[in-house]
Design a binder for this molecule. Structure first.
Ligand SMILES: [Zn+2]
Ligand SMILES: [Zn+2]
Length: 462
């Protein structure tokens, strides 16, 4: 693990943004033979009520999925038993099949007993999302023994789960320790490594969206944390060839980047440094797959694919200045019938989840012409700053495409089973998933929806 990461994990500092940043992640151990640290960690571990974890009182819950159970679960279990702990084991469906929904949450809750003192999760994405939430609800500390550098949730403090078919981010807690064995990471399936790379490359538009929102909506923004994330994304993009060659250092760079962006989220207290329009598009696709009872696709694979589009949408804006007068006239002419048309479109795009989206709009008022006109005025006033920001932050989408391609990641929607229609719907309506300003909302504010579709056609060769 890089020293920088270790320092960040323990860091608490008063930042130029006016806030004090800190994280609850106590230990991050990456490298060789990380499990040899487990006895020491357990010997110092406190329970949620502040007493020492004790093999005489406390059981440990080991959570894995069908694939990761074959990796180091037996070793973890042996170490725990050697220290005198009794363990329960919960094996869920494997990554890609496991849906983080009510059913999975229930399965995990059922596996915990009244004596459970700590959860150890051995796995990656979805499994971690579930344990992060369940441990928080049960007020139990947890450790992660990572299995693949496939997503950025390792150091996260929130949990994206599926509730009533909708992706919702819930409050959760960070792990007390994150362990990542280099050998396991380097042997991770190629599709998982490509997904991790995709999740990291998504940070370009996430950071740009965050900055954009600070300009248009006066949202809080931290330049220092944005810089930390950007430095990581840039070095990961530059190492994409070495990652494809499974250079152990480069693979560790992906893992460090994923953990680091998770820490960045906990510093800020929300997912802004790591998630923007590219994640909204990915969540939209995920929701539609779920509704159509289609098998899930790895989170980072969709994020990587979506970030080709979001970066292209940004770069497109640099080419020519928008017609602000036309955008103003359009917003001024929006009427009751446009509102009805919007609702009809939402019902079509969101299906069984549309009630929640319509409810969100009632408080968010993203499509309210009066509010949009105020935003438009700010966009026009800040246009030069926005263009300069895009030029500084957003790379040529071809670079993202190439990095994904050499690593076997998807660069065309069809590779993930995503239809042309689903791409256009995401470009138009993924912004409705959250009340969060992004480039997708910027396109709507400027009346550039058909241009967004044209950009999607071009970059994805649709
Ligand atoms: Zn700050
Ligand atoms: Zn992500």
């Amino acid at each position: 693990m890089s020293n920088k990461l270790e320092q960040l994990a323990h860091k608490k500092w008063n930042c130029i943004c006016g806030r004090t940043h800190s994280t609850d992640i106590k230990r991050i151990i990456t490298g060789d033979d990380v499990l040899s640290s487990l006895p020491e960690l357990l010997s110092k571990q406190l329970t949620s009520d502040g007493r020492k974890l004790d093999p005489g009182h406390d059981r440990l819950l080991l959570a894995a999925d069908r694939n990761t159970a074959e990796l180091d679960l037996a070793r973890i279990s042996k170490i725990c038993h050697g220290l005198g702990y009794k363990t329960d084991t919960c094996i869920l469906g494997s990554e890609g099949d496991l849906v983080p929904d009510e059913k999975a949450v229930f399965t995990l809750l059922q596996a915990a007993s009244s004596d459970t003192g700590l959860i150890i999760v051995h796995g990656s994405g979805t499994l971690n999302d579930l344990v992060r939430y369940v441990s928080f609800k049960l007020r139990l500390p947890y450790y992660i023994v990572a299995t693949a550098p496939s997503m950025d949730g390792y150091a996260s403090t929130v949990s994206p789960l599926i509730h009533n078919g909708m992706k919702i981010t819930y409050e959760a807690q960070g792990a007390d320790a994150v362990m990542a064995e280099s050998k396991l990471l380097a042997e991770a399936p190629a599709v998982m490594l490509a997904a991790g790379l995709g999740d990291i490359l998504g940070k370009y538009s996430a950071i740009a969206d965050w900055k954009l929102s600070s300009l248009i909506e006066d949202e809080y923004y931290c330049p220092e944390i944005a810089d930390i994330v950007l430095a990581t994304v840039r070095s990961t993009l530059a190492a994409s060839g070495a990652i494809a060659a499974r250079d152990p250092q480069a693979v560790t760079l992906v893992m460090d980047g994923l953990i680091m962006t998770g820490i960045a989220m906990s510093f800020v207290g929300n997912s802004r440094p790591a998630s923007g329009s590219e994640h909204h598009i990915s969540h939209f696709w995920e929701m539609r797959f779920l509704q159509d009872l289609r098998p899930a696709v790895l989170h980072g694979s969709k994020v990587g694919l979506a970030s080709i589009l979001t970066c292209a949408l940004y770069r497109e804006l640099v080419k020519s200045k928008p017609d602000f007068s036309a955008a103003r006239r359009r917003l001024e002419s929006l009427s009751e019938s446009d509102k009805l048309l919007w609702e009809k479109n939402i019902r079509r795009a969101y299906g069984s989840s549309s009630d929640e989206v319509i409810l969100l709009e009632k408080s968010a008022l993203k499509n309210d012409p009066h509010r949009a006109l105020i935003r438009l005025e700010k966009i026009e006033r800040n246009w030069q700053i926005i263009v300069a920001m895009i030029e500084e932050l957003i790379p040529d989408p071809m670079n993202i495409q190439n990095a994904l391609e050499v690593n076997g990641g998807a660069v065309r929607p069809a590779e993930l089973g995503i239809s042309k229609e689903l791409v256009f719907e995401a470009a138009a309506f993924a912004r409705e998933l959250r009340n969060r300003y992004t480039v997708l909302q910027l396109y709507w504010d400027l009346g550039l929806e058909s241009q967004a579709e044209a950009v999607a056609r071009r970059v994805y060769e649709l």
